[in-house]
Design a protein around this ligand. Sequence first.
Ligand code: ADP
Length: 400
Amino acid sequence: MLVFILNAGSSSLKYQLMNPVSKEVLAVGLCERIGIDGVLKHEFGDDAKLKLEVAMPTHKEAIELVLKTLCEGEGKVIDSINDIDAIGHRAVHGGEEFASSVMVSPKVIETMKKLIPLAPLHNPANIMGMEICQELIPGKPNVAVFDTAFHQTMPDYAYMYALPYDQYTKHGIRKYGFHGTSHYFVSNEAQGMLDKKHNTRVIVCHLGNGSSVSAVLNGKCIDTSMGLTPVQGLMMGTRAGDVGAGALSYMMSQENLTIDGALDVMNKKSGILGISGKSSDLREVLEGMQAGDERCKLAVEMVAYNIKKYVGAYVAALDGVDALCFTGGIGENSALIREIVCAGLDGMGLNIDPTKNNKRSQEPRDIATNSSTARIFVIPTNEEYVIANDTYKIVTGLEK
Ligand code: ADP
């Protein structure tokens, strides 16, 4: 079984070709600058790489080129597109309509179109990816895997905003949460790593360019830090995270900004980039801090402090904690952020072992001291595997 995994964004798309049963990845790649010029980066075999600069006026040319690259020439990994058994699509916003992955049908696409106001940049690109795959890989099933689905188990008192109730009934204004495939994968792995099998209380910190925390009780999400859109919650690469409405409206009046202008600041110019003034990339900001840059130091302290506050809140939401998990580029790689987040949390049963924390590894691991009541796990996420596996289960009828 081979699943073509597609993550179509507004001007880029990521793909993988994976066997969900053996977990073998045949190829992985990225098309960038779609609609501008076009660059394809394709990795295959044992660390082989290919870079093609080819015009990609639309997503259709980009996907055509990806399929051609998979089947022909230097980067070839399959004989023809008929070797692809199914396509799994990362879909961003499933609203309240999708609590699990689904086979793509005209009705599913119609429902996703209705959800466009909730994700105006992402859902149109996801839908386009589905329609293009139906055309270019005819007769093969397409499955949509939603970023929001895992969080649909949140209780109403956690997902509601304290706005007038009819804002929810009229417009669906509530917290949805994102990165669901990662929170699901990591919390599920953590459950497997815990000795305890019942009443498992897991906190997942997915820390990448976009970051979010979730509280997972017995495998079900009960709270998460992102909201109606991904701008809420933690401070991220370029997103502000939690900022009061008063501060936002005051900034708008002082800077003479429209709503779109203010959202552009909140989404693209804030977070680690906004505070450091240097970069949205934590590695560069850590380097700046080491070189004595005070704003880089402030950015790092804010990142860690924000995560720590959510961890504390979610220990309370879960009535305790059995495992705190770190994942994503920052969570998997930055021992310093993990150290600052966990410092002083012994009272909550979280006791980090500095030697284990500083040891580098690509494997899931426990970095808590032996005497720590709760475990602290570093678990590399694998969102593509969740997409491939959900696709496999749906097309083979293992899951309806
Ligand atoms: P995305 O959310 O785009 O998938 P990633 O999960 O790859 O992003 O995370 C990117 C972030 O991880 C960047 O801020 C990057 O600086 C950070 N990162 C990657 N490696 C390290 C490292 N060794 N130390 C600190 N931060 C790192």
